[in-house]
Design a protein around this ligand. Structure first.
Ligand code: NAX
Length: 351
C-alpha cells in the first residue's frame, strides 16, 4: 500500500524513478557530457551523480568531454565529483578526445558549443557550431551505442541537433533531440506563480519550434489543477503578450540580473528531458522537446528539429501528441518559428 502511494505521488510529480528498484545489479549507464567543465556542464554532472537523471539506485559512468583549454577545470570538477562520494557514480572518464568520451555511450548530452564572439554574425556562429556538431556526430556514429539517446543543449540547439544527426547516419534520427524543456519549465513556473498553483499542478504547456526568442509557449491546451489554464488565469491579454515575451526572453533577463547565463535550471531541464527519454512520460503529460519533423505533422516543414509536444515510452520511443487544436493565433507563431529554423538550416548547411 505504502509503495502504491509512493508510485502515485512520483507519477503526479512526473517522475518514473522506480519506487523500488527492480534489480540493483543493472549495468551502469554510460553518460557522455560535452562542455562538462562549463557552467551548465558542472551542475549537470553533479545532478547526474546525485541521481537526478536516472534515479537514486542507478549507477552511472560519467564520460566527460572538454576542449584542451578547459582540461584543468575538468580535472577540478572530477576531484569534486569524487569528493562527493556519490553512490550513483561507478566511474568517471575525463577526456579531450570525443572518440574516448562517446565510446559505448547510452546517453550523450551535448552542452559544449561555440559562443557568439564580438562582431560575430549569426551565420558565422551557425557555421562555427556546424563544424563542432559535424565532428561530434561523426564520433558518436563511430563509437557510441547504436541506441544512444542524444540531447543537444548547446546553442543554436535545434540546428546543432539536426547537424549532429546528419553526420551519424548509422543512428536513427529519432535518437537526436534538442532541449526546449527549460522553456517549458520557465512557462510552468510563470503560470504557477500567477495562479498560486504548485508547479506539478500545471500541465501540458507546449513549447513549439526553436529554442530562441521565436519559440511559442502555447497555453491553449494547458491545465492548472485539471482545469483549462486560460480560464484559471483569466487574463488573455497577459497570456498573449507579457507571458509569451517573459518566457521567450527569460535567458536574457537572467543574464541582466545575475551577470551570467542560466546554468542550474538548464542542467535540471536536461535531467528532466533525459529522464523522460529513459523512463517515459507519465500518461497524459506532454514533454516538449525538439525532434525531427517528418513534414506531416502540424504543417511543419520536413527536416528541421522542431519542438513538439511528445509522449515517450520507456526506452525513448517518442511520438508527437496528435490533434492538439491549433487556432489562428497559434498557427502564425508556429510558422514564424519554423521559418527561423529553415533559415538556420540554410545558413548552417546550405540546404
Ligand atoms: P560555458 O561557456 O560555461 O561552457 C561551455 C563549455 O563547453 C566550456 O567549458 C567549453 O570549453 C566547452 N566546449 C566548447 N566547445 C566544445 C567542444 N567542441 N567539445 C567539448 N567541449 C566544448 O557555457 P554554458 O553556460 O555552460 O552554456 C553551454 C551552452 O548551452 C551554450 O551554447 C548556451 O547558449 C546553451 N544553453 C542552452 C539552453 C537550452 O535550453 N537549450 C539554455 C541555457 C544555455 O543558454
Amino acid at each position: 500500500m505504502e509503495n502504491n502511494l509512493l508510485v502515485s505521488r512520483l507519477q503526479q510529480l512526473g517522475r518514473h524513478f522506480p519506487a523500488v528498484p527492480k534489480n540493483l545489479e543493472q549495468p551502469a549507464v554510460r553518460v557522455a557530457v560535452t562542455g562538462a567543465a562549463g557552467q551548465i556542464g558542472s551542475f549537470l554532472c553533479n545532478f547526474i551523480a546525485q541521481g537526478r537523471m536516472f534515479g537514486p539506485y542507478q549507477k552511472v559512468i560519467l564520460q566527460l568531454i572538454e576542449l584542451p583549454a578547459a582540461e584543468k577545470v575538468l580535472k577540478g570538477l572530477v576531484m569534486e565529483l569524487k569528493d562527493g562520494a556519490y553512490t550513483c557514480v561507478a566511474d568517471i572518464i575525463p577526456t579531450t578526445d570525443p572518440m574516448v568520451g562517446f565510446k559505448d555511450a547510452d546517453v550523450a548530452v551535448l552542452v559544449g558549443a561555440r559562443p557568439r564572439g564580438p562582431g560575430m554574425e549569426r551565420s558565422d556562429l551557425l557555421q562555427a557550431n556546424a563544424k563542432i556538431f559535424q565532428a561530434q556526430g561523426a564520433a558518436i556514429d563511430q563509437v557510441a551505442k547504436k541506441t544512444v539517446k542524444v540531447c543537444v543543449v548547446g546553442n543554436p540547439a535545434n540546428t546543432n541537433a539536426l547537424i549532429c544527426s546528419q553526420y551519424a547516419p548509422s543512428i536513427p534520427k529519432q535518437n537526436f533531440t534538442a532541449l526546449t524543456r527549460l522553456d517549458q519549465s520557465r512557462a510552468i513556473s510563470q503560470i504557477a506563480d500567477r495562479t498560486g498553483a504548485q508547479v506539478e499542478d500545471v500541465n501540458n504547456i507546449i513549447i513549439w519550434g526553436n529554442h530562441s526568442a521565436t519559440q511559442y509557449p502555447d497555453t491553449f491546451n494547458a491545465t492548472v489543477r485539471g482545469q483549462p489554464a486560460r480560464q484559471v488565469v483569466n487574463d488573455d491579454k497577459w497570456l498573449d503578450g507579457p507571458f509569451l515575451s517573459k518566457v521567450q526572453k527569460r535567458g536574457a533577463e537572467i543574464i541582466s540580473v545575475m551577470g551570467k547565463s542560466s546554468a542550474a535550471s538548464a542542467a535540471a531541464a536536461a535531467c528532466d528531458h533525459v529522464h523522460d527519454l529513459w523512463f517515459g512520460t507519465v500518461p497524459g503529460k506532454y514533454a516538449s522537446m525538439a525532434v525531427i519533423s517528418d513534414g506531416n505533422t502540424y504543417g511543419i516543414p520536413e527536416g528541421i528539429m522542431y519542438s513538439f509536444p511528445c509522449e515517450i515510452l520507456p526506452g525513448g520511443a517518442w511520438s508527437i501528441v496528435q490533434n492538439v487544436p491549433i487556432n489562428e493565433f497559434s498557427r502564425a507563431k508556429m510558422d514564424k518559428t519554423a521559418k527561423e529554423l529553415l533559415d538556420e538550416r540554410k545558413m548552417a548547411l546550405g540546404i
